[in-house]
Design a binder for this molecule. Structure first.
Ligand code: GLU
Length: 273
């Protein structure tokens, strides 16, 4: 029997709130109930927004909830691995440099709407090597999704709630795999890391359901194992909106400072309260 391995993978760009707590508890318990391992992965490739103080806050909040992790991984220490994978995709002609600014992409009237915002309209997809050589600005690297899907072939993945899902990555467009400021993006790093850390079961919020189509294609392109997925419902506020700091959702730190007991809060969450 393969040991079950799950992970909680927060980005240290702010304090955790109740939505994060529910995700961490579910992922932690899934492994513990099966005698498995729980990995805490700090997704800190965004060097401009990640803060050490938020990493400390994450460790403090999870300990307060009574959660223990078996491994602690920082994505910022794995940049060379992501870079090597990106170089491999470049050599295979599966990614292309994109010089567009956010404003240029937003201004493109042809941008179709993907599940996770407007899909990239392909402005830089056809640039010749001469065009590329003439550009001086910083570029990101985008996956040529049509090429990628053609190479990967028909794919599916399993979600605990939805059952077998046919991968439909084309709808996500030419996603970024290498950022302007980092040799990886969320999609590339998360896919490589789930495989490297032996994650058998990805437990995360349903807001990342669409991203799984992209991850499934990357797994095949990069020859990686395919985990099972468990996308759970998001915690919402009284108006039905997902919790977000900008809407005034209380952070776990604020709840703790108000005198709440973290272990009791985790127990209530497990009981559905
Ligand atoms: N780092 C991502 C986030 O904080 C989660 C990644 C994942 O669970 O795949 O939203």
């Amino acid at each position: 029997m393969v040991t079950v391995i799950t992970r909680f993978a927060p980005s240290p760009t702010g304090r955790l709130h109740l939505g994060h707590a529910v995700s961490a508890i579910r992922s932690h318990d899934f492994a513990r109930e099966r005698g498995g391992r729980f990995v805490l992965r700090i997704e800190d490739i965004d060097g401009t927004r990640s803060r050490r103080a938020f990493v400390d806050g994450i460790l403090e909040d999870l300990a307060w909830l009574g959660l223990r992790w078996d491994a602690l991984v920082f994505q910022s220490e794995r940049l060379a691995i992501y870079e090597a994978a990106l170089e491999g995709l470049k050599a295979r002609g599966l990614v292309y440099p994109c010089f567009c600014t956010r404003a240029e992409i937003a201004a493109s009237a042809s941008a179709p709407q993907g599940d996770v915002g407007p899909a990239y309209p392909g402005i830089c997809r056809g640039l010749s090597s001469a065009d590329i050589a003439a550009r001086t600005g910083a570029c990101c690297w985008r996956l040529d999704m049509a090429k990628a899907v053609a190479e990967a072939g028909a794919l599916s993945w399993h979600d605990a709630g939805a059952g077998w899902v046919v991968a439909d990555a084309l709808a996500q467009g030419d996603v970024v795999l290498g950022r302007k400021d980092a040799p990886a993006s969320y999609h590339l790093a998360v896919t490589l890391d789930d495989a490297a850390q032996g994650v058998t079961d990805v437990v995360r919020g349903v807001d990342l359901f669409a991203a799984t189509h992209v991850h499934r294609v990357l797994q095949t392109l990069l020859g990686l194992a395919v985990p099972r997925y468990h996308h759970h419902a998001l915690v919402v506020d009284a108006e039905g909106r997902r919790l977000a700091k900008r809407d005034g959702a209380l952070s776990l730190a604020e709840i703790r400072e108000a005198g709440e007991d973290g272990v009791a809060l985790a127990e209530r969450s497990r009981a559905g309260g």
